[in-house]
Write a new protein. Sequence first.
Lengths: 313, 60
Amino acid sequence: MTKAFRPDVDAPEWKGGYAPYDILKEGTIALVVVALLTIALALIFSSPDEHAVTIKSWSNATPVDFAQTALSELNGTSGTAQYGAPYNTASEGQKLGPLALAKWAGARIPVNTVRDFVIDPLRALPDQPPLTQGLATWRSASDATRTNWVAHYTKAASQMTYANGQVVVSTTNAGPVPLFINDLTMMARSGALDQALVTQHGFYTTDYTKPLLFLSDGSYLKNLAQKDHLLGTQWGMMNETGSYPGQAWLWLYTFWYQVTPFSTSANADVQVWGLMMLLSVILLFVPFIPGLRSIPRKSRVYRLIWREHYRNL
Amino acid sequence: MHWFNTVGALINLDHPGHFLHWHFIEVSVANAVVMIVMVATFVVALLAPFPGRRSRKENR
């Protein structure tokens, strides 16, 4: 018994003639053309030349924003301190429906914002007797006392100013906290904090996790990103700095962030990722999905490409 | 390296970009140009005759 011919699955046997085709020649021509285009476009347009944003540039541009962010690291209200996995267990993190994916992955890159962003960098500062004394006071204090100091400082910090090279907050009963915030701001403005936060895993220092997290907790980086249309709410994933074209191929990925329910969801990152994975799987299995796999045949675009052949049939 | 910097600045794109807005859609002019060029290239690829068609015809 002969099986019925299935138009989207079976290929009919070709009984016509054959013509030679040199795929290596075509590949070489494509490679040379693209290489020449790349060189020409690079010569004409150059490339984006944004200076790296550092904690030094941030704290010099907006010292109060830096000091307020340093305080948020100390009192545990910063984005990093409350993020959850992979940095800590402060929250469940991103969830895909009932699946707590981030929580399951765990705090693989532990960051204690008090220790890693404030106390440890200050300890690295040499020859600072008042600071050494302040750190000793902090170390010997109970958790309740520390919390009380930080709460007093936080209450007064809404009126924080920066004058004559000092962070000014009018407060009492804050223990060494005013000293910590001021010295950390001085350290940041000198550039020493950038170096102190880089994690040394080997000869090369390529782990910028901590300085990046610190930067992202403040509003300086966000304001710069907003100016360049790089925020998630501005289709920023597909944009580049200046007037350069960006990653236009990410249009679908960033599109979801602009529409409900994703635009208002706290779990948008994992939801958009899940949706894109689902769409990618559908694309991968197009040849096996009835209806979808018929689109090339039914749209007849192939007859336009091979119009000479079909005209002669 | 002076000549190289001069060549690199033939068309300077290191200035704030322009953006097109339509409802919630926001796209930079630079990205729009790239997309238009990509679509145009695709249409040309569909419509342009295959190279060597004339010689094939002559051989018939």
